[in-house]
Write a protein that binds this ligand. Sequence first.
Ligand code: IMP
Length: 182
Amino acid sequence: MKVVLASKNPHKLVEISAILKPLDVELVLESDLGVDVEVEETGSTFEENSFLKANAVRKATGLPALADDSGIAVDALGGAPGVHSARYGDDPALDDWGRLLLLLKNTEQVPDGQRQAQFVSVITREAHGEGGFGYDPIFYYPPAGKTFAELTAGEKNQVSHRAKALKLFYEKLCEEGKHADQ
Ligand code: IMP
């Protein structure tokens, strides 16, 4: 089945393609289809934003679309930056690393033991590791005793929020396929 990835984030493409590799899904980019859809992320939840992205790309291409809206939600900040993770700090001059440092600064006073972040992890006090992208260097994953940036790509793809969501996506596809066959 051909599915369009409604994202321009190259890191997500790499991760999602690797996770979907064993499955019968041919993942293509909007650009492969000559389409470039700009979607304003106006939703207040990850679900709303991913729906906005997937729906716009589905309409533009006529193909099933897969979107991934994600971010880091820090308990001590009431779930921030959450859906605003990609724009945290509201400063266009900030890159991924700048946003990561801003998040560490804004959680300086948060004591150890209260540094939980979703997706079931904790934020460290310093960045560790070279892998992954975005907030991975401060996203400490206790079962591995490492940050996501210290895991190999394969290890991250076994346990990440993206891998878990895509597993559900695949199960849903199989379900729909079964109904379509009937
Ligand atoms: P989106 O592309 O609008 O969904 O924004 C995602 C934001 O969350 C960006 O700031 C990413 O760097 C961050 N993010 C999403 N997934 C991950 C991940 O797997 N590791 C680290 N940062 C992530």
